[in-house]
Design a protein around this ligand. Structure first.
Ligand code: UDP
Length: 149
């Protein structure tokens, strides 16, 4: 099973979308194995978004992502990275397809309510920023036999 890192961004928290976002991932069949609420420090934000340092939108991104609490999560499932990206929709919410989280709940690129890792390598890197291995919960779900063939 693959792990992916998901974050309800400050706009998602402020707009009351925590349960909606968790609910969509949970109903799809992914398994929640780690969750915490925190406000990012500029240092953590810079680590998370290191690949974007120097880009024009970077200062705005860092100030936005540190502007209020976020919900950081680890979800597990078959091809979870790709599947969660599909559920989230593309980066620009105006172009994200309706039915996706960003397509249903966003307009501006810098207010796209949710983050999800873009590759298994990013997922590993991002999970390590927010969670110690012992904070991730190992458990079985009986319903998995109704999700996976
Ligand atoms: N972003 C932005 N303006 C841009 C590009 C990106 O504000 O022109 C923000 C946006 O919130 C996005 C985040 O920076 O989610 C990270 O960008 P990335 O290209 O990694 O998109 P994602 O993987 O989040 O879809």
């Amino acid at each position: 099973m693959e792990r992916t890192f998901v974050m309800v961004k400050p706009d998602g928290v402020q707009r009351g979308l925590i349960a909606e976002i968790i609910g969509r991932l949970e109903k799809k069949g992914y398994k929640l194995i780690g969750l915490k609420m925190l406000t990012l420090t500029p240092e953590t934000a810079a680590l998370h978004y290191a690949e974007h340092a120097g880009k024009p939108f970077y200062p705005g991104l860092i100030s936005f992502i540190t502007s209020g609490p976020v919900v950081a999560m680890v979800w597990e499932g078959k091809n979870a990275v790709k599947g969660v990206r599909t559920l989230m929709g593309i980066t620009n919410p105006t172009e994200a397809i309706p039915g996706s989280i960003r397509g249903d709940y966003g307009i501006d690129m810098g207010r796209n309510v949710v983050h999800g890792s873009d590759s298994p390598v990013s997922a590993q890197r991002e999970i390590a920023i927010y969670f110690k291995e012992e904070e991730l919960v190992d458990y079985q779900r009986d319903m998995d036999k109704w999700i996976y063939e």
